[in-house]
Design a protein around this ligand. Structure first.
Ligand code: GDP
Ligand code: IMO
Ligand code: MG
Length: 423
């Protein structure tokens, strides 16, 4: 039995879905503890592609319990759409398999509109997914949010509070020339969603503790990545939750003493979607991936910005998450290169630093200090054993371990389930 947290070590989209899918085979329970349907986790299994937004990727494995914890912000209508989409692909999501925390905060239609409104009126745009994530977490911290237990089983109280809140928001929206939200129609839709979701609602804290007591193993599926963390990321160009490993505990009600392993997932290069600093950004690398049909956002379809591997980011990520090991994904993305630059330090106003700065303005000004490593310049996608990787590819992976102090335990060399080499 072992309890594992999987965390994105960069700006999200590191391939967490695929690594979680691989680890699910030897686990009993898969838990989402933060974020919402801003996430898009891709799993490719037997030629079928699944993109999970709110539901833990473990749902693709029959018999594995999946939990949406108290730290997740959940859009009830989006969740039902996801459940229906999976049903169309032959995956039935049952209340026996999926448990949703009664304490999870709800993303409401006015949160989505507020997200778009705020983004439109912001000087420095964040480039949010417009899923209402920031305003929902804002209300949570402001202690005015709606939790799942407020909606399910309490239709009268919910409707009263909901109408009041919509009126308040509509005053702002209409003054800004935006369309008002129809409180009645959206309220009705939410109550209909509540009826369908009622069987899934659970005291997930009690359930998880019961499972731990029985000796079951838990796998926490991180959403977003370390540099989108509201405390540790490139603030304010971040999401509104703790995406780092501590968030798995606060967002599930499971204490840190039960955690045995924290896997950091990082691409062999770096990507970012949305605005904010990105020191190693390299537009030619991005153009190459986009021409191959790669590196488009799994949730919004936006082109991801791409750049070289940044070991300053991974070094700090390893610290704040307490990584026990790294899964390095999309090594095959670098297959055709003769030489590969990797960033080992940042230079700011003539001073070099091994760690990232606090301020986004400084982050945007740092100059990456590169070391150039030899490429392997061959197709690695058919390799299944670590020792069969080219020596230069192994040296590239060793460099990551050396600079971060964290060993590499897994290597992704293609999008399919079987294209992950376990060292
Ligand atoms: P997540 O949000 O961290 O789960 O990652 P996404 O699903 O948003 O983006 C990762 C993308 O990379 C998806 O299209 C995956 O299918 C793909 N992918 C994951 N691992 C590998 C890999 O090792 N090689 C290649 N070529 N693609 C990969
Ligand atoms: P997964 O789990 C990549 C980014 C958005 C934006 C910022 C804030 O698939 O790795 P938000 O809508 O959360 O308020 O947007 O965070 N972002 C992600 N980028 N992967 C994600 O999730 C992301 N979720 C949010 O692009 O820059
Ligand atoms: Mg993603």
């Amino acid at each position: 039995m072992s309890n594992t947290i999987v965390i994105g070590a960069q700006w999200g989209d590191e391939g967490k879905g695929k690594i979680v899918d691989l680890l699910t085979e030897s686990t009993d329970v898969v838990v989402r503890a933060q974020g919402g349907n801003n996430a898009g986790h891709t799993v490719i299994s037997e030629g079928n592609e699944y993109i999970l937004h709110l539901i833990p990727s473990g749902i693709l494995w029959p018999g594995k319990t999946c939990v949406i914890g108290n730290g997740v912000v959940m859009d009830p209508v989006a969740l039902l759409k996801e459940i229906d989409g999976l049903a169309e692909k032959g995956i039935t999501v049952t209340p026996e398999q999926l448990k949703i925390s009664d304490r999870a905060h709800l993303v409401m239609p006015f949160h989505r509109e507020m997200d778009a409104y705020k983004e439109a009126n912001r000087g420095n745009k964040i480039g949010t997914t417009k899923r209402g994530i920031g305003p929902t977490y804002g209300d949570k911290v402001d202690r005015t949010g709606f939790r799942l237990h407020d909606l399910v089983g309490n239709p009268v109280t919910f409707s009263e509070r909901y109408s009041r809140k919509v009126s308040e928001c509509n005053a702002l929206f209409t003054a800004a020339g935006l369309e008002a939200i129809d409180a009645e129609a959206t309220g009705k839709e939410l109550l209909e969603a509540a009826d369908r979701l009622a069987p899934f609602v659970d005291n997930t804290v009690a359930t998880l503790h019961g499972l731990v007591k029985e000796g079951k193993s838990l796998l926490f599926e991180g959403a977003q990545g370390t540099y989108l963390d509201v405390d540790q990321g490139t603030y304010p160009f971040v999401t509104s939750s703790n995406t780092t490993s501590g968030g798995a505990c606060t967002g599930s009600g499971v204490g840190p003493t039960v955690i045995d392993r924290v896997v950091g997932v990082a691409k062999a290069y770096t990507t970012r979607v949305g605005e904010g600093p990105f020191p190693t950004q390299h537009d030619e690398l991005a153009a190459k991936f986009h021409a191959m049909g790669r590196e488009f956002g799994a949730t919004t379809g936006r082109k991801r910005r791409c750049g070289w591997l940044d070991l300053v980011l991974l070094r700090y990520s390893a610290m704040v998450n307490g990584f026990t090991d790294f899964a390095i994904t999309i090594l095959d993305g670098l297959d055709d290169l003769e030489e590969i630059p990797v960033c080992v330090a940042y230079e700011l106003d003539g001073v070099q630093s091994p760690l990232p700065p606090a301020c986004a303005k400084d982050f945007a000004r740092v100059k990456p200090v590169y070391e150039t490593l030899p490429g392997w310049n061959c197709d690695t996608t058919a390799i299944r054993k670590y020792e069969d990787l080219p020596e230069t590819a192994k040296a590239y992976l060793d460099k990551i371990a050396e600079e971060t102090g964290v060993p590499v335990s897994m290597v992704g060399n293609g999008p399919d389930r079987e294209q992950t080499i376990v060292k």
